[in-house]
Design a protein around this ligand. Structure first.
Ligand SMILES: CCCCC/C=C/C(=O)SCCNC(=O)CCNC(=O)[C@H](O)C(C)(C)COP(=O)(O)OP(=O)(O)OC[C@H]1O[C@@H](n2cnc3c(N)ncnc32)[C@H](O)[C@@H]1OP(=O)(O)O
Ligand code: NDP
Length: 279
């Protein structure tokens, strides 16, 4: 385990990382623990969390400094129980990384109410209810806390995954609202938006072909690692940047500035289709 930050940066601090069992969340948890934090991870699958706890143990993190417990962030009662467990074990929460999230690809016209809701609950509602719980029970009473929301770098829209694009935009606006509401109360909140060009356990579910398209559409012409994302999250979660709040930072190799990840279909005689220039 390595970090660009000084060891001890998070000494005596407690960090919750949602979705900490894999990918970017696990990279954050490892780096925060390496820098001295006690870490609490959640996710839906116990087996992933157990494997993550073993990875942390392999890094030399004492078992007493780790809590890994299942919690589906779509369920407010599970969030309340998880935050209760964290406070019961560690007594405080200094950092919250809202990293859990995900979706499935679908044309917007095929999205059912249940499918839309599943993704909005997974990305927007879950982030809000976790944030509210941690703020009310730990950060607001302590007048101290740093929150980092992980969204997605899709500011031009996300055709093919409109539900998650809308939910992530919601999280980014929420980040700005809470930054102002809570600025005077000691809580800072920022967001990090990875591009779809991070090679992780998450993007591997979309297949190599899409990842290759994402790589080609990236001006820097490569994929990034989860650690390149966690570095920025860890910086924003630290007390070394006390004048940054309500900001959204992309980690995306310049992808939103140029080109398309995937092309949109040609118009098929649809109203508004441009005239056939050959005719
Ligand atoms: C290179 C491109 C990269 C793109 C950039 C993004 C990267 C990442 O985000 S990395 C993270 C990767 N991981 C994932 O994206 C997976 C996360 N997805 C999930 O965990 C789930 O799909 C879910 C939580 C979003 C939904 O699961 P769940 O609530 O369990 O869903 P249900 O089975 O209850 O279904 C509800 C409803 O949703 C529709 N639906 C669900 N899955 C699909 C699917 N694969 N395709 C189409 N529709 C789906 C469907 O309407 C379901 O209702 P019913 O039809 O009544 O079952
Ligand atoms: N990698 C990339 O290129 C990009 C990633 N992102 C976002 O970054 C974040 C991390 O992604 P990445 O590490 O790549 O992918 P992963 O799939 O590895 O990470 C997502 C994590 O979230 C957890 N999770 C998902 N839904 C829930 C839920 N309802 N409750 C609790 N935990 C949940 C998963 O665990 P479990 O399955 O056990 O619940 C998993 O550990 C996600 O929000 C993702 O959408 C955004 C843009 C691009």
């Amino acid at each position: 385990m390595r970090s660009i930050f000084a060891r001890g940066l998070f000494e005596r601090q407690v960090a919750i990382v949602t979705g900490g069992g894999s990918g970017i969340g696990l990279a954050c948890a490892r780096e925060l623990a390496y820098l001295g934090a006690k870490v609490a991870l959640c996710g839906r699958r116990a087996d992933k969390l157990e494997a993550a706890a073993s990875t942390l143990a392999g890094d030399g993190v004492p078992g007493d400094d780790v809590l890994a417990a299942p919690c589906d962030i779509r369920e407010p009662e599970q969030i309340a129980a998880f935050v209760g467990q964290v406070l019961g074990k560690f007594g405080r929460v200094d950092v919250l990384v809202n990293n859990a999230g995900g979706q499935f690809p679908s044309p917007a016209s095929e999205l059912t109410p249940k499918g839309w809701e599943a993704v909005v609950r997974n990305n927007l509602n879950g982030t809000f209810f976790m944030t509210r719980e941690v703020a009310r029970r730990a950060m607001l009473p302590a007048r101290r806390g740093r929150i980092v929301n992980v969204t997605a770098s899709v500011s031009r829209g996300f055709p093919g995954m409109a539900h998650t694009g809308a939910a992530r935009a919601g999280v980014e606006n929420l980040t700005r609202s809470l930054a102002v509401e809570w600025a005077a109360l000691g809580i800072r909140i920022n967001a990090v938006a990875p591009g779809s060009n991070i090679r992780s356990s998450g993007t591997s579910q979309y297949g190599d072909e899409l990842l290759e398209l994402a790589r080609r559409a990236t001006p820097l012409k490569r994929l990034a690692t989860p650690e390149e994302v966690s570095r920025l999250i860890v910086f924003l979660a630290s007390d070394q940047n006390d004048f940054i709040t309500g900001a959204v930072y992309g980690v995306d190799g310049g992808q939103p500035l140029w080109g398309d990840i995937w092309s949109i279909p040609e118009p098929d005689g649809a109203p508004g289709a441009p005239p056939d220039v050959k005719g």
